[in-house]
Design a protein around this ligand. Sequence first.
Ligand code: AMP
Length: 168
Amino acid sequence: MFGRASASNGSIAPAVTIENLQEGQMTVGRILAVKGHDVVTTQPHRTLAEIARVLADKGIGAVIVTGADGSVLGILSERDIIRALARGGTAALGDAVSRHMTAKVVTATEDTSVVSVMEDMTEGRFRHVPVLKAGKLHGLVSIGDVVKHRLAEVEGEHQALREYIATA
Ligand code: AMP
């Protein structure tokens, strides 16, 4: 019913050096290298009730809707379920995912900069961005991943600058 691909390698944030301090140099690929490629997926005919259960059980905010060939058909987040409930009442829980998902999904690749993903999230007012490789789902970054990464990056920048100044 629900898919999940690959596993996290459990390591911590990537090292930041004076060479990669340039803004926008950190990429989505660096986040995935740390968090892994796990993505919870579902199919368009599943119901909102089923997805609500999955989101609660897994402690996540969105699922990626995929076709039989693994292509990304859409994204359904907790906000879509809340909107459906507000409009249709609890009867909406029996509706198909395809009826409430967002079909026009903003995606990234491993080469996309973290800064660019942050801009997409801010402008589009969403918190999840699927990552594609050769057109196939390869991972997912959430706003939590991006913020965590940016904090580690800023910490690393401070450390690298302190070391640079100390040795200059
Ligand atoms: P979220 O903030 O991720 O819970 O999503 C808020 C709204 O944006 C929901 O309607 C989602 O279906 C939609 N959404 C989430 N992620 C994306 C994305 N990467 N591209 C387009 N729409 C999205």
